[in-house]
Design a protein around this ligand. Structure first.
Ligand code: SAM
Length: 307
């Protein structure tokens, strides 16, 4: 076995003995606290992209949400360019504004806002006239709603977290700093408001791209996505078929369920599971799904050696 094979073999062993990632050790770049956010997956994404022979020309995230993976890839230059796609107009308003000349307005407005229950209610009731106002309203709602949920029907924090009421997740200085830092990354990131599945279809022939795919959880038997996101209806089987046809590489992440494992097997993909803690600090397993031939090869080799 040469050096490269040894390190791949070790990596395989690590997959079976993974520890739960301490999210406090990961640089937080996003202004959102996003339901289903993937901060805990950052180490795995670093390993995946930095392990490639050549750096991908583009990292595409068709379901960007709070965007921690895209932002980390751009910040750490793990791909030449990053494209984030998101369908929800509220979330999109934030990304449009952060990567535009109105970014500083957003940072200043957050810094100048006096957070009281009355001010929050009045601001959230306003009919916004511009994209940047819409962005501010979204961040305010995201930071004062239960669990950061933006879907219709979600409620405002009453007692807050840590007994701090509505302000328990409102950190104006941190938010302004993140927005300014993200603005400085704008040349490395393209944000598209639209349907990520359509973008995936359009780029099927692109060879040296990598997709990070984290769709809403509405696979059979998994209904959480409906409560968490305004847009949650996805044809998962079609998504898997598109991934199979894509020339570029991909990593998908899903809740661990029999139905998802079954779909992955049907499409001939590899499945791996990673332990994580959900927002209620409950330990769970999340599935990673790939079609990476080199990975397949080294898994086969390590199984052969273990036999
Ligand atoms: C599981 S969340 C992504 C979370 C993200 N990875 C993060 O770390 O914050 C799925 C996202 O997909 C968005 N979405 C749903 N359908 C979509 C579609 N057809 N195209 C683009 N985005 C979509 C939802 O609004 C939601 O933000």
């Amino acid at each position: 076995m040469n050096r490269k094979q040894i390190s791949k073999f070790e990596a395989t062993q690590l997959h079976h003995n993974r520890c739960i990632v301490n999210v406090a050790s990961i640089p937080q770049l996003s202004p959102f606290r996003y339901p289903g956010g993937k901060t805990w997956l950052v180490p795995e994404i670093r390993k995946w992209l930095s392990g490639k022979k050549t750096r991908p020309s583009e990292l595409i995230e068709p379901f960007a949400g709070g965007g921690i993976i895209s932002l980390t890839v751009a910040n750490e230059r793990l791909a030449d360019h990053v494209t984030m796609i998101e369908l929800d107009p509220d979330v999109a308003a934030v990304w449009h504004t952060i990567f535009s000349d109105n970014s500083e307005w957003l940072a200043e407005t957050i810094l100048g806002f006096k957070l009281t229950v009355e001010n929050v209610q009045a601001t959230l009731a306003l009919k916004t006239k511009s994209v940047q106002e819409h962005a501010f309203q979204t961040i305010l709602r995201n930071r004062t709603n239960h669990g950061g949920i933006l879907a219709p029907g979600s409620g405002v924090l009453k007692h807050g977290e840590n007994g701090k009421g509505i302000s328990s997740r409102w950190y104006p200085n941190t938010l302004a700093k993140r927005i300014r830092e993200l603005f400085s990354l704008r040349d490395r990131i393209t944000f598209i408001e639209g349907d990520g599945v359509i973008y995936l279809e359009k780029t099927l022939c692109c060879r040296d791209v990598a997709y990070f795919i984290d769709p809403p959880y509405t696979a059979p038997g998994k209904r959480a996505g409906r409560r968490l996101y305004r847009y949650s209806e996805i044809d998962h089987d079609n998504l898997f078929s598109l991934c199979r046809r894509a020339t570029g590489d991909f990593m998908m992440t899903y809740d661990d369920s029999e139905s998802v494992r079954h779909m992955a097997t049907q499409h001939g993909f590899l499945v791996d599971s990673v332990p994580m803690k959900n927002t209620h600090h409950k330990e769970m397993l999340e599935l990673l799904i790939f079609r990476d031939f080199s990975r397949q090869e080294y898994l086969a080799k390590s199984e052969h050696q273990a036999a």
